[in-house]
Design a protein around this ligand. Sequence first.
Ligand code: RFL
Ligand code: PHB
Length: 394
Amino acid sequence: MELLTTQVAIIGAGPAGLLLGQLLYKAGIEHIIIEQRSAEYVASRIRAGILEQVSVDLLKQAGVDQHLKEKGLPHSGIEILTNGQKHRVDLSALTGGKQVTVYGQTEVTKDLMMAREAAQLKSFYEAQNVQVSDFYQTPKVHFEYQGKSIQIECDFIAGCDGYHGICRASVPQDKIKTYEKVYPFGWLGVLADVPPVADELIYVQSERGFALCSMRSETRSRYYLQVPLNDRVEDWSDERFWEELKSRLDAESQKKLVTGPSIEKSIAPLRSFVTEPMRFGKLFLAGDAAHIVPPTGAKGLNLAASDIAYLSSALIEYYVEGSDQGIQEYSEKCLQRVWKAERFSWWMTHLLHRFEIESEFEHKIKQAELSYILGSTAGKTTLAENYVGLPIHA
Ligand code: RFL
Ligand code: PHB
């Protein structure tokens, strides 16, 4: 068995793990990343598309904002379509000038991977049987790599291994509490090289269900449809997808919609999930390993980034200033922000989707709520404030 030592072992090379690695490297803290999939697989996953300013700032701090500055599309508003009418939520005007940036998670991941390669930082991709142990005393990570058995001894383990990872699963049952809500539908996502239907994102509430018109660039669109949970991708030809999307849009957007062959199509179930606490001795959970939000509020990737903001500064404080205050406070600080993003994501999901089980009364109340929100500056402000992202050190 090969024995290695490092300061921080990071499990998972998604955006959370890669961003943490880059911030630690910048601060001169030694770390190793262990990832179970191949680099190509990780780089090709199509997921989130909206970055809050907090996430953009963090990527800048990590020194990986070159492409983001060139290719990211700043957006100062979103549209909400209900009852065949579009209503603009002017994010900037309602939040004192804040905006969001359209920049795909795939690009964030690639930028971070390139920076990592340039700095020749140590990563093990395609690691098998990854296990973490002894994290209340002397943390260790074990795995197999290219037929060899490897053990890493470290000061801390960062569990950035997503919802299905092994870090959360390694915590003793009596030390962890989880909260969960599963929604009775999924999102069918399509990526296509066609110009977006509008300059801004359109969140669609319709009698046929939710839809979202998003984008990756001026020539690449990302569209989503609310679909029943048991639908399969094979049930949805491109033709059926475009027809259904069109039927949920307003007359102007129907005319403007440009269709074309899909280059990716997938169905994701919607879930709300929170783990408490987020630190177990010297094991930290961050990102999807600790919490999941339904994508309606565009918060998943941004929450992963804010966890990493807290975790990187806690570790820097520990190694550079010799203080463990940030480590002690990590879980509480993260969870305060996590629960607010959970609430917002749940609320947006509830407000904009069609629930088969809701009564006619509940449906009417929901329409009234949406109508109130969109007709009131106070209502729109609460939406805008949450959408652009709550402050990180509040
Ligand atoms: P990730 O991106 O899941 O990365 C975790 C990494 O850990 C690896 N891993 C392991 N490595 C070693 N050993 C093990 N035992 C391991 N088990 C797992 C995995 O291979 C992976 O590389 O988590 P991270 O870094 O916390 O980042 C979070 C974001 O990816 C996530 O919040 C968002 O993508 C959520 N999400 C979306 N968010 C949005 O804001 N908008 C979206 O449109 C959106 N679409 C999505 C999504 C998440 C999806 N998932 C998780 C199914 C669509 C999908 C399909
Ligand atoms: C996306 O572009 O993938 C996207 C945008 C906004 C959301 C969810 C997904 O709320």
